[in-house]
Design a protein around this ligand. Sequence first.
Ligand SMILES: Cc1cc2nc3c(=O)[nH]c(=O)nc-3n(C[C@H](O)[C@H](O)[C@H](O)COP(=O)(O)O)c2cc1C
Length: 187
Amino acid sequence: MNVDHASIDDVIRARRTNMFVDRERPVPDDVIVELCELATWAPNHKRTWPWRFASVTGAGRSRLGRVVSNAMAAHGDDPNKVSKALTKYERTPNILIIGSIPGDSDERTTENRDAVAAACQNLMLAATARGIATYWGSCPKGSHDAVAEFAGFDPGTHIAGIFYVGYQAETMETPQRPAPVVMRIAD
Ligand SMILES: Cc1cc2nc3c(=O)[nH]c(=O)nc-3n(C[C@H](O)[C@H](O)[C@H](O)COP(=O)(O)O)c2cc1C
């Protein structure tokens, strides 16, 4: 395969957790589907195809906020966070919920989640290359079941992330990363 690896390296380094996006310009559905398709090229032990995707736009975002806020309140979360959750998904025009299905053993469930995390990174890199910013948000504690049901996923699906997505309006500062520690084991 003849790909300019420098371009790929640039995309990897350019990806930033960023929700400074053009709020008036939703990412079209076909582009969202394209990103999800690229996500599915992640490595996946036993080919369980564990990823699940839900695209949330328009008034769906406030409905998601209500679902999460209610679940957080039921879970006894900080009332301040509960009230913020009501509107937080309206900060970007697109929200993507990504889930990971359980496996037939604990080990397989863990491997499914690893595969889905790799899929999430694929998706974010593909988005970066298209000028689309992403922000990986965790599913608040106690909200996984409610969000899975909202997304139309099977019961027991773990919510890997709730991603804020939109066309990038501002770049984020890129902090230096610590150099990797590489142990060297040879003959
Ligand atoms: C599994 C996972 C969950 C995350 N959840 C949150 C979150 O709930 N809120 C948040 O602000 N950032 C969250 N992040 C994003 C990280 O904060 C972010 O990746 C980190 O600050 C490094 O910044 P960078 O992505 O721009 O390199 C999450 C990242 C991962 C991998």
